[in-house]
Design a protein around this ligand. Sequence first.
Ligand code: NAP
Length: 333
Amino acid sequence: MSVTRHVWKLARRPVGDIADGDLAFVEESLPDPAEGQFIVRVNYLSLDPTNRIWMSDMEQYMPPVGLGEPMRGGVVGRIIASRNPAFPEGALAAGLGAWADHLISSGVGLQLMPEIPGIPIPEAFGTFGVVGPTAYFGLLEIGQPKPGETLVVSAAAGGVGQIGKLKGCRVIGIAGGPEKCRFITDELGFDAAIDHRAQDVGEALDRLAPEGVDINFEQVGGPIMSAVVSRMRHFGRMPLCGLISTYNATALVEEPGHWTLILMRRLTIRGFIVTDFAPRFPECLQELAGWMLAGKLRTRQDIRDGLDKADQWVRLLYTGGNFGKLLVRVNPE
Ligand code: NAP
């Protein structure tokens, strides 16, 4: 079977914001699958804030994408040819692939994705792939939420706060713009929202959480993080999930340490990468799917059409232009 594919390759490492020409859109032929290999026709590509980290050669948690190599990305698609019995033709495969409309693989980094009646593919892929397990393990394992505690979530239009509500917390979300703030209170059930584009985050926290913050689920960094950390209560916990405000910086950003405050208030701060919890994913996915099917966990996808525009769509993440889990529809299902 001969397949011609389109794929984005890293042409040069971005300096600051991702610019035209950092990635190159290339057409190439895939070889026929050898023994043990299979071909996936990609349906959805996941665009994630960490893509910008992978494009750089800063210290990171997996090797950076090499210059001239296909850009790495999360994908889900249907297997259209296979010489690997563990990945049969017709099944869905999901995991780490490339920004491409077809992949050839021996299975490394990919798993079969079960199709769950009642949960459409983009919702399942968008939630169970990275975002859901990140929220689940970061909050439950590191945040250790207890009923009645105050949880603050930045870049809040996702799953973390809802899990906090399920665990009985009072949840304050920090998001950009009135539409996202309305969404997290009215549709996701958060107790309050702070619009970081229009409000002083520290002042708003003083009003909304005068007793302080027990858990800070940190995704942004910079002044927003400082405002929350300086209002944390004794024995507070901070799952350090992401620092998106720093990803496009031209030089490494080291945040102010707040070391005295961390000591005096006995705070626990732990950075984590969701793959640290990979052996426990089945348990997490079962619980997330149960909550979704019971209507207790709502998710939102922001689906854009056209792999050829992926280098534009990814930039939305760093300006707040996406509203929900950002996916590219690559081939129709
Ligand atoms: P996401 O929420 O869609 O992230 C993009 C959002 O971040 C934007 O829509 C914007 O929302 C906000 N943002 C971007 N730049 C900002 C800035 N300078 N200041 C304040 N807010 C900013 O995507 P996500 O996948 O859930 O990722 C959120 C964070 O979690 C990222 O830091 C990411 O690296 C991290 N993450 C970590 C792991 C892990 O394993 N540790 C896994 C997944 C994600 P607003 O419009 O609301 O400002």
